[in-house]
Design a protein around this ligand. Structure first.
Ligand SMILES: Cc1cc2nc3c(=O)[nH]c(=O)nc-3n(C[C@H](O)[C@H](O)[C@H](O)COP(=O)(O)O)c2cc1C
Length: 199
């Protein structure tokens, strides 16, 4: 008769494996559908589905200058270097409203706290708020470049654009950080699996 507790019987009844049951915890992610796609099978939708598993900090990137005022919600941003302090943001260049960033030569990367989901929604255009009214959703000042810098978020990186690179649908803006504010909020707003989460 098979043992009840210290063993597991696999597909062949003759194969009996004994386990050492010392107390330990196994944290196992629930197994979901497994997709493995090879080079020629990877399309935009599968790529998007996989990227949805990428938890991203949510930012509002802003600019102001001769070409005009603009702010938009992004998650495609990251650090490039700490010397000199440099960040990058990726903006959809099929949206011609994003041209003002390069024309102004500046951007501020404003990293949102978990209390600022309404700001993320407003600046993504999803609420239908006209662009000129989006800035009334929060308080702003200017640190060094003239781009609007958010008061009350997590952090602000005020940047002069030092380089750009167009790739496919997006334009990568490299910004040298000329002003920083580390704000009081400590909990980030996260976008994961196509919805906002707090942390
Ligand atoms: C969570 C989230 C993340 C986004 N990330 C980016 C991004 O990294 N880059 C980008 O160009 N647009 C991004 N967008 C799209 C823009 O926020 C915006 O919806 C789009 O530019 C059209 O809005 P507009 O009315 O400002 O032109 C994102 C939108 C959402 C909701």
């Amino acid at each position: 008769m098979a043992q009840q507790t210290n063993s597991a019987v696999f597909d062949r009844p003759s194969l009996l494996v004994s386990f050492d049951l010392r107390p330990y915890i196994v944290i196992q992610e629930p197994v979901r559908e497994l997709h493995v796609l090879k080079k020629n099978e990877v399309g935009p939708q599968t790529y998007r589905d996989a990227m949805a598993r990428f938890a991203g900090a949510v930012h509002v990137v802003t600019t102001d200058g001769p070409a005009g005022l603009r702010g938009t919600t992004i998650i495609a941003a990251c650090s490039v270097s700490d010397s000199p302090p440099t960040v990058l943001v990726c903006l959809n260049r099929e949206n011609t409203k994003n041209d003002v960033f390069t024309k102004n030569g500046n951007f501020a990367l404003n990293t949102l706290s978990r209390h600022q989901q309404a700001l993320a929604e407003g600046f993504s255009g999803l609420t239908g708020l006209p662009p000129e009214e989006r800035f009334s959703l929060a308080k702003w000042d200017r640190i060094s470049t003239g781009a609007p810098t958010l008061i009350g978020g997590l952090a602000v990186f005020d940047c002069e654009i030092i380089d750009t690179k167009d790739h496919a649908t997006h334009r990568i803006l490299f910004g040298q950080v000329t002003g920083i504010r580390i704000d009081d909020a400590v909990h980030p707003l996260i976008y994961f699996e196509r919805r906002y989460r707090d942390f």
